[in-house]
Write a protein that binds this ligand. Structure first.
Ligand code: HEC
Ligand code: HEC
Length: 324
């Protein structure tokens, strides 16, 4: 009897250490392939509180649009830990009846990427921020000069720009973009996947761990890697099987290089559960569908339902949680 009990205890101890060892090796793999998000964003070293607060004000200000109806935040809602997107297929512009042709990506973590926009046409947040204000299907201002003229007439901004740039002649388009970028550099998500990678192996449940393992083993990490799980390379959509909607050819339009046909920036997957709909055209409505399509289009594999469910559970564990 005693012997049996001892055997059971030994067996239990063996099983527990076996499970722990397995979890540890998955955690080590995850740290090697992804790793937690850095605490600060590249380029944020000189961002002062004054600069960031000016940037936030500008990001929220509808007066940066032609008819005072639209701010950056209208399409990239970050108030109260908002999703950073508008959750529609393609965005409506400030002027009624005008729509963009691509799905709005999140501004959370955006500054960690190697380039901005689906086609990577701008190198960084500052260059990016100059676009939407003057884009006629977005905020629709006629020229940078007119934006500056409008802002210069607002006393509050005269003071805020002076505080942020230590100069009484600081209201110009370049500084405006610089301040918006500084605010965006504070937008870093927090999630349970990072808690897991930083040491708490119980921060993910078993299904989420199975999903993580499948994400690694199936080959998703060929493109979605690094701490943002994307945002660091261009790839073709439809490597193995072609994507149905060929209307927008991605980088081809920008570079005119036939090799860039249907090529876009690999999107980040942090916080992906909150940013539906999916793909550059916003035509994929659910995360399940996106994962299943990735299996067939990029890897030539028909993923079974269990694997899809597990991967989706893992992706959901990367939803931004402000309380962490
Ligand atoms: C009308 C909706 C709309 C408004 C207003 C808007 N954006 Fe966007 N934003 C988009 C869309 C759509 C894209 C993707 C366009 C593309 O890739 O061609 C985008 C892309 C971006 C990106 C690139 C993200 C990435 O992962 O590549 C950033 C950063 C961004 N916007 C910030 C801003 C800022 C800052 C403002 C205000 C100055 C702004 N947006 C105003 C819809 C909008
Ligand atoms: C060969 C590179 C590659 C591989 C492998 C790959 N992806 Fe992707 N993934 C992309 C590209 C490129 C896009 C953007 C597609 C588009 O919108 O044009 C994308 C988009 C996505 C999206 C939608 C993101 C968004 O913001 O709309 C999800 C979710 C996703 N991938 C998950 C996965 C999963 C899960 C796997 C493994 C089963 C996987 N990917 C394998 C390149 C890849």
């Amino acid at each position: 009897m005693l012997k049996t009990l001892k055997n059971i205890a030994l067996t239990a101890a063996f099983i527990v250490s076996g499970v722990a060892a397995q979890a540890d090796s998955l955690q080590a793999q995850a740290n090697a392939i992804f790793g937690p998000l850095p605490a600060t964003m590249p380029g944020s070293e000189n961002d002062t509180p004054e600069l960031i607060s000016l940037g936030e004000k500008l990001f929220m200000d509808k007066r940066l649009s032609i008819n005072n109806t639209q701010s950056c935040n209208s399409c990239h809602d970050v108030t109260n830990a908002g999703t950073g997107v508008d959750n529609v297929e393609v965005s409506a512009g400030a002027v009624s009846g005008r729509f963009g042709n691509r799905n709005a990506p999140t501004v959370w973590n955006a500054g960690f990427q190697f380039a901005q926009f689906w086609d990577g046409r701008e190198p960084d947040l500052k260059a990016q921020a100059k676009g939407p204000i003057l884009n006629h299907v977005e905020m629709g201002m006629p020229s940078a000069d007119q934006v500056i003229e409008k802002l210069s007439g607002i006393t509050e901004y005269q003071q805020d720009f002076e505080a942020a740039f230590n100069s009484d002649d600081a209201i110009n388009y370049d500084n405006l973009a610089h301040a918006i970028a500084a605010f965006e550099r504070t937008l870093i998500t927090k999630d349970r996947f990072d808690v897991y990678m930083k040491g708490d192996i119980n921060a993910l449940n078993q299904q989420e761990k199975d999903g993580l393992q499948a994400f690694i083993n199936t080959g998703c990490i060929a493109c979605h890697r690094g701490s943002t799980l994307g945002g660091n390379m261009f790839q073709k959509l439809g490597v193995v099987n072609p994507y149905e909607n060929q209307a927008d050819q991605g980088r081809l339009e920008l570079t005119q290089n036939p090799e860039d046909k249907m090529t876009v920036k690999v999107p980040m997957l942090r916080d992906i559960a909150r940013t539906a709909p999916y793909f550059h055209d916003g035509k994929v409505t659910t995360l399940e569908e996106a994962v299943s399509l990735m299996g067939s289009l990029q890897l030539g594999r028909k993923l079974d339902q269990q694997t899809i469910d597990n991967m989706v559970a893992f992706l959901k564990a990367m939803s931004h949680d402000d309380s962490l």
